[in-house]
Design a protein around this ligand. Structure first.
Ligand SMILES: C[S@@+](CC[C@H](N)C(=O)[O-])C[C@H]1O[C@@H](n2cnc3c(N)ncnc32)[C@H](O)[C@@H]1O
Length: 362
């Protein structure tokens, strides 16, 4: 898959099973119907059934350990715990920056391509990540199926996504690093970064004034990497500069979707960001369910940065775009292509509600 910061071989034999359940949903936006005529009740019921099918399938086949690790288990009540395991992680960004930075091993800068913006980023070595997760396999592999999903590394798609956001919103270093954020439009948004790892796209939005919520499968990624990155970048702002509070959510996408609902955050995000998260069709279907649950109709937008194909694991932008189209809740458009030779072709997909639902929200 190719994390930017090296790492071990990509040994991946994640969930073999794929689901057709999501594709069975013809229509249904949360908070509003995606189609015009009369399909609302049926569509919502179909969506609920599809979601229940996904959860049931996962319950039956689950090899997840939950976000905090633990022994592998299959089937039965214990597996269900992995779907109830989502949690909001106490906001470490509110602690003093120096405390957070102490948790990170190194601090460096990364230039966002095509801009003059340099973001601080911390790093956690494979050894440290293995120790944090109690998982020695992590020293040899970028992913440990169901236990660790690559969040400690920085992947190319995250940098692409940050560059795309900066370009679309005409962001300059002067806007995000100093003073008051300019009128980029980002300052009025609530943003969720799913599968955030370092969280650089989200950090950029936060600096530009968005309220940003970060999600990762592993709590340890959020506390030892994402939050230190947030703290390091906020610490550079001039004294007195105010930015909205970041929030952090750990766990599997289905569980996080439910958790956000219980917190009144379903259908509430103007912008959902995610990078390098659709490498497996099975995971991608869960991601899509989560996006549908949290995106605010009718104008919410999700940006998905990924490689066109992930060799050996079957995911990629083409398959994901086809799944989104088959699902029918959201429309999908390819808005950016990167072919810089650093990996195979990378793309950014934009997911949005069909224009036909807008009148239902007026
Ligand atoms: C390859 S990493 C990408 C990290 C980061 N977005 C980047 O591009 O640098 C995949 C990310 O998706 C998250 N992830 C993968 N499967 C997940 C699942 N089923 N539920 C929640 N998060 C998941 C991982 O925790 C990890 O942060």
């Amino acid at each position: 898959m190719g994390g930017e910061e090296g790492g071990g071989a990509f040994a991946f034999n994640f969930f073999a099973a794929q689901t057709g359940a999501v594709a069975a949903v013809a229509v249904a936006a949360r908070g509003g119907s995606a189609s015009s005529e009369g399909a609302d009740a049926d569509a919502l019921e179909a969506a609920a059934e599809a979601r229940a099918a996904l959860v049931a399938e996962a319950e039956a086949e689950c090899i997840l350990h939950g976000p905090h690790g633990g022994a592998a288990q299959r089937g039965g009540q214990a597996d269900w715990a992995c779907f109830e395991g989502a949690e909001e992680v106490e906001a470490p960004a509110q602690r003093r920056a120096s405390e957070d930075l102490a948790a990170a091993e190194t601090l460096s800068e990364i230039q966002i391509p095509g801009t003059d913006i340099r973001l601080h980023k911390c790093a956690v070595t494979s050894d440290a990540a293995a120790a944090l997760l109690g998982e020695t396999q992590l020293q040899e592999s970028d992913l440990v199926p169901g236990k660790y999903e690559g969040g400690f590394k920085l992947w190319e798609g995250a940098v692409d996504l940050a560059a795309y956001i900066a370009r679309e919103h005409k962001l300059l270093a002067a806007d995000v690093i100093t003073g008051t954020p300019a009128e980029s439009g980002l300052d009025r948004l609530r943003v969720l970064e799913l599968g955030c790892g370092h969280g650089l796209p989200g950090v950029l939005c936060l600096l530009a004034g968005s309220e940003v919520h970060f999600q990762d499968y592993n709590r340890e990624v959020l506390t030892s990497l994402t939050a230190p990155n947030v703290a390091a970048n906020l610490a550079r702002l001039p004294r007195g500069a105010v930015r909205p509070r970041a929030r952090y959510f750990a766990g599997d996408w289905l569980a996080v979707g439910s958790l956000l609902s219980t917190k009144g955050l379903d259908a509430s995000y103007d912008l959902v960001l995610t990078a390098e998260t659709i490498y497996s069709p099975h995971g991608a279907s869960r991601l899509l369910e989560c996006i549908k649950q949290v995106l605010r109709p009718p104008h919410g937008v999700a940006l998905v940065a990924a490689k066109s194909h992930y060799f050996g694991v079957g995911g990629g932008t083409a398959g994901f775009a086809a799944a989104v189209a088959a699902d029918g809740t959201l429309e999908v458009e390819r808005v950016w292509v990167v072919e810089d030779g650093a990996s195979n072709k990378r793309e950014i997909l934009k997911l949005a509600f069909p224009a036909s639902i807008v009148p239902y929200f007026m």
